[in-house]
Design a protein around this ligand. Structure first.
Ligand SMILES: Nc1ncnc2c1ncn2[C@@H]1O[C@H](COP(=O)(O)OP(=O)(O)OP(=O)(O)O)[C@@H](O)[C@H]1O
Length: 617
């Protein structure tokens, strides 16, 4: 089992301007999010998920039709009541009609409530499936996928985009459908009652559409501005909070506050205008509604006086006119939401379409037992194809079981890359890597990684208790085994100093635990995992001498009887290594024991002498 199966320390992020822009855009609240490239295909795929609830969807459809018909029936019955009973002053049957009216409104509300209830269930089930699929898929993707993406971007897929789809499915889909039905139904009944009055009533529609468009164009620009200001402000807060130490060390508090004030003021301004202008929308709708009411009353009155229509029809028209402005509004709003949800869904599907880490070959062997013999034979690898140079070139070495192999070399020489290849986070382009004589490309990845553990300089701890964090090394370990591992790793004594001992909770960023303590927990994990192959990334950060001694002691115990690959930064810690491999620009330029290399008087000897001099100075 892998003591610490982490990808992050083994990756170098290339600066990609497009990614930065996209990331910036995320921070801007997605104000400029690209539209879906292929919305029809995306819609079909969303439908694929939705259609898993076909029965419930049909029920929702039925309820939407029912509520739309009932919404039309209400005002119609009021008109009938006026014409038949109020006009003629005969009240027989009025009670009956009013009872029907009460039931119409009651059933209408019920059907609206039920359709929302069922649609929310369908939507939640759909996004649950989508979220699960996405999360599972993310964990099956190969390391190169993560190298090319910012974490924030992937988080945004998991949260914002899925939430967007969820919100749209919850309400927008049925609202769009109901609005269309209501619109068509209302206009049809109006035409049936009086084509002339319908025509006059509809005259107001262009004014409404243009008015709305005019305002929404301005407001959407202002809202984008507001989102961008908010995004910038959030980014600034996030950055300054996580960089608190740097801010304080360089006494930049005032600068940070000044910048915050500028962004805060910007947000205040944009927020003010966005809210003020958008506040006009309901007012404008009110004015236009009242205008249309006045027109219907005026023109309808003239028609009624001339016996062309009845008073009841005027009342129906007045009510319908009010009703169809709402769906018009809804349609415009919901359509935008729908488009942005489709774009979000497309981004989710793009991740889902990424190829998973290559599945093991059908005849891949299971590595049940290994001694820890690792051999590199002419290994060549490059992260990017067609870039010309290899990242590591023609690497040959043989690590025998139980040996300690140290990788030494300047930054960017390829040390981490060799580790990435041993653990098969990447596959070599040429040559072969053998573990106990087995070509690692031909064994099951999981069974290979089971025999490895990592102790990295920036040890990652999960949110959970110290016990859970150590047990991550071997999930079926008993409490006694966990504690025995911690004792061997010199971690037990500091753990017991916490009031809750092994049950002490660690938060996600490992707050409350020192760097050295994190390392000791990481070593405990690796001891518990009991692998044959160890990968150690030596800590560069300065750790106090006592903790350093404890770590070295614990590492000594951990490395005993295991093949260990150490990425060394300080040469004094690897003098006893069985082999020291010197890398420079991806090439293995020297190798041997410390004494042999000093004798060779080459690159290593020079490096060693320089480090000695630094110490003396
Ligand atoms: N995921 C990646 N994609 C593309 N190039 C990469 C990736 N990871 C590393 N590189 C490049 O490969 C080269 C070797 O990197 P590597 O991380 O192996 O060096 P290193 O010797 O471990 O350096 P350091 O001591 O600084 O960690 C560098 O030029 C680096 O920029």
């Amino acid at each position: 089992m892998i003591g610490q199966k982490l990808k992050e320390p083994f990756q170098h992020k290339k600066i990609d301007i497009n990614k930065i822009n996209e990331d910036q855009n995320e921070r801007n609240g997605g104000a400029n999010k690209p539209k879906a490239q292929n919305w029809w295909t995306t819609l079909k795929r969303v439908w694929g998920y939705l259609s898993q609830s076909k029965g419930r969807l049909s029920l929702v459809l039925l309820l939407v039709v029912m509520s739309s018909v009932l919404a039309l029936l209400g005002p119609f019955l009021v008109g009938v009541a006026i014409d038949n009973y109020v006009e003629s002053q005969i009240t027989d049957g009025l009670g009956y009609l009013l009872t029907v009216l009460v039931f119409v409104y009651l059933f209408h509300s019920m059907s609206v409530w039920l359709q929302n209830y069922w649609m929310i269930r369908i939507a939640q089930k759909t996004v649950f499936t989508l979220r699960t699929k996405l999360f599972n898929h993310l964990h099956k993707l190969p390391i190169p996928f993560f190298d090319k993406r910012q974490h924030g971007e992937l988080m945004s897929r998991m949260t914002n985009d899925i939430e967007n789809v969820s919100a749209t499915l919850n309400s927008s889909v049925i609202q769009i459908f109901a609005s269309l039905l209501t619109l068509v139904g209302t206009i049809s009944v109006m035409l049936w009652l009086s084509p002339l009055l319908t025509f006059i009533t509809l005259l107001i529609v262009p004014a409404m559409v243009f008015g709305m468009k005019w305002i929404t164009k301005r407001t959407s620009k202002l809202f984008k501005e507001q989102q961008r200001s908010l995004g910038e402000l959030n980014g600034h807060i996030q950055e300054t909070m996580s960089g608190q130490r740097i801010v304080k060390t360089f006494s930049q508090e005032e600068k940070v506050i000044r910048e915050f004030t500028v962004r805060n003021k910007q947000l205040k301004e944009t927020g003010f205008w966005a809210q003020t202008i958008s506040g006009f929308i309901p007012k404008l709708m009110n004015v236009l509604n009242n205008l249309s009411f006045a027109i219907i009353a005026g023109v309808g009155g003239i028609l009624a006086v001339n016996g062309i229509i009845t008073i009841g029809v005027i009342v129906i028209f007045a009510e319908y006119a009010r009703q169809f402005t709402r769906p018009l509004n809804d349609l415009a709003n919901q359509f935008n939401t729908l488009l942005s949800a489709i774009a979000g869904a497309e981004r989710v599907f793009n991740v889902l379409d990424e190829k998973e880490e290559r599945v093991d070959e059908g005849n891949a062997e299971e590595l049940i037992h290994v001694d820890g013999d690792v051999e590199f034979k002419g290994v060549t690898f490059s992260y990017e194809e067609d870039t010309g140079g290899d990242t590591v070139h023609d690497i040959n070495f043989h690590a025998y079981p139980g040996e300690t192999i140290a990788f030494v070399g300047p930054t960017g020489a390829g040390k981490t890359t060799l580790i990435n290849l041993i653990s098969r986070f990447y596959d070599a382009d040429n040559g072969s890597i053998l573990v106990d004589g087995h070509e690692i490309k031909e064994v099951k990845r999981e069974s290979l990684r089971k025999h490895m553990a990592f102790v990295l300089q920036d040890s990652f701890l999960f949110h959970g208790s110290i016990r859970e964090n150590i047990r991550y090394g071997r999930l079926n370990a008993t409490d006694e085994e966990v504690e025995a591992a911690a004792k061997q790793a010199n971690a037990h004594s500091f753990i017991m100093k916490f009031p809750n001992g092994y049950e002490t909770m660690i938060d996600q960023d490992g707050g409350g635990i020192s760097q050295g303590q994190k390392q000791l927990l990481s070593i405990s994990r690796a001891i518990l995992a009991n692998p044959k192959i160890l990968i150690l990334d030596e800590a560069t950060s300065s750790i106090d001498t006592i903790t350093e001694i404890k770590i070295q002691e614990a590492l000594g115990r951990l490395m005993k009887g295991r093949t260990s690959f150490v990425i060394a930064h300080r040469l004094n810690t690897i003098q006893k290594a069985d082999q020291i491999l010197i890398l420079k620009e991806g090439q293995l330029i020297e190798s041997g024991t410390h004494e042999e290399l000093i004798k060779q008087n080459g690159f290593y000897a020079e490096l060693y002498l320089n480090q000695l001099k630094e110490k003396v100075i």
